[in-house]
Design a protein around this ligand. Structure first.
Ligand code: ADP
Ligand code: MG
Length: 160
């Protein structure tokens, strides 16, 4: 299998959380995931599920006044970035250190820091379909992220 992209449809916030929680089983420190989609699409919800899967105990919410929040996970930290309020670039924020660091980075509004992002990453696009239906499209860049997606698809199909 050579995955270039695939879509999963969720019918409730719980389904989105559960999907993200599954994904957490395949990521490791140094991985970078971007989440884009309109306000209210479910980017933060997805991050909450991922956090749960990584063993984060604290409640995850959108960083309001900071761009980045760090959460302690079971094996490594989760770096949650929300670039929504960044006026421009973010090039002086030292984000690369996190991307190459010893945790998993999740970035909401990645388009705001496009130039800072590593070329290899898992892009996830979330789209409103209906009240509680969302299209979640996975677009892996690089072998590592294609493998993650293949594992996730396999999990979705067989349940383990
Ligand atoms: P974002 O971070 O993209 O702005 P949030 O995750 O903060 O979005 O908010 C998503 C909202 O949509 C939440 O209120 C959530 O309960 C709701 N929602 C409804 N259906 C879904 C779904 N299938 N997946 C994710 N969120 C959903
Ligand atoms: Mg959000």
């Amino acid at each position: 299998m050579n995955v270039s992209e695939f879509k999963i449809y969720t019918q409730s916030p719980e389904e989105t959380l559960a999907l993200a929680e599954k994904l957490a089983g395949y990521v490791k420190a140094g991985d970078v995931i971007t989440l884009d989609g309109d306000l209210g699409a479910g980017k933060t919800s997805f991050t909450k599920g991922l956090a749960k899967g990584l063993g984060v105990k604290r409640n995850v919410n959108s960083p309001t006044f900071t761009i980045m929040k760090e959460y302690e996970g079971r094996d490594f930290p989760l770096y949650h970035m929300d670039a929504y309020r960044l006026e421009e670039g973010g090039d002086e924020m030292g984000l690369e250190e996190y991307f190459e660091g010893d945790g998993v980075s999740v970035v909401e509004w990645p388009e705001m820091i496009e130039d800072e992002l590593p070329p290899y990453r898992l892009a996830i696009h979330i789209r409103h379909i209906g009240d509680t239906e969302r299209e979640i499209r996975f677009e892996p860049a690089g072998e590592r992220y294609r493998t993650i997606c293949e594992e996730l698809i396999e999990n979705e199909r067989t349940g383990n």
